[in-house]
Design a protein around this ligand. Sequence first.
Ligand code: GN1
Ligand code: MG
Length: 370
Amino acid sequence: MTSTTQVAENLVTIADQFALQGKVRSVAAFGSGNINDTFLVTLDSVIKSHFVLQRINTQVFRQPQLIMQNMRIYSDHVYQRLQHAPLNRRWEVPRVLSTQDSQDYYINADGCFWRAISYIQGSQSFDTMQNIEYAKEIGYALGMFHNLISDLPPEKLADTLVGFHITPLYLRHYEEVLAKTKVQPSPEVNYCLQFVSDRTSFAHILENAKAEGKLPLRLMHGDPKINNVMFDTQTQKAVSVIDLDTVKPGLVHYDIGDCLRSGCNPAGEETEQWDSVYFDTDLCQGILQGYLAVAKAFLTENDYAYMYDGIRLIAFELGLRFFADYLAGNVYFKVKHPEHNLARAIVQFKLTESIESQETQIRKIIQDMK
Ligand code: GN1
Ligand code: MG
């Protein structure tokens, strides 16, 4: 028996733990996540034909039980909200599936942490924006996500990833890595080193505003990038926001920044054609229009004042995270080749440059939409 079939058989055995509504037909790699391993399980059942099986990367998420706890609290809350005030369109919340032993997760013989999530039927996601209508829908989806948890007190959810989106901590980590790494200079590496060093004081902007009480701690998604929004394949409308591992206390600005840095980059975050990377302000307007249509109610004057900085910061921060990981030897993000994280960092830095060069227009878009 080859090792590939062994893994495949193991995966079926693991999937079986969560298959309460049918027999497992197949398990196949799914999606393009940079941290966890994700599989689509197909069942031989007519009622429930698929579910999503994931192995959580416990090097990153040190207390995976907390993720499951958060997911339960989050989905119960949203379920109640939707029961009391149903929406006039399709909206779905991914559900945690229990094991045969009624647990939220399964630890296999190797000690890996597995969990299963319901699959949003008849839906798909995209790595790059299709058109302006999709942009509005992506914005709507993030707004609806924030709206549905705006009355859940932030302290009800645990911190599943300490330091996540705290840019000054990423900067400190980067400086530590740099201090102990013998960096091989190249035009790309030099560009990144200079790029970061020119922006060290800017890295503190949101954390300072938070510390000064200008921006309140709220619940956030943490990773609302474009391919975490599911679209109904028939209606082309957004129907769900998935990937709930980092739903925890934070700033909505991290989410707005992350959604825009991924949604307004038509070349996508995996391109190696760095000259083609730019921030599309029409898509930005579309996303913000969709977002504000649902989020206006809970945003303050200061929230608007820091929106531009959030967009610029999260693009910069992701570039910094990729670059630090490249220097550290690719220990956090999965890579397909040794220079992958360097290439990803350059994309985010080019995007940041494009955001900076359009500051006046972006601030005006925000101002005009308040
Ligand atoms: C990681 O694993 P994935 O693809 O859902 C990362 C995000 C980054 C993203 C970039 C927990 O998300 O913060 O924005 O890669 N997640 C974590 O694609 O670090
Ligand atoms: Mg994620």
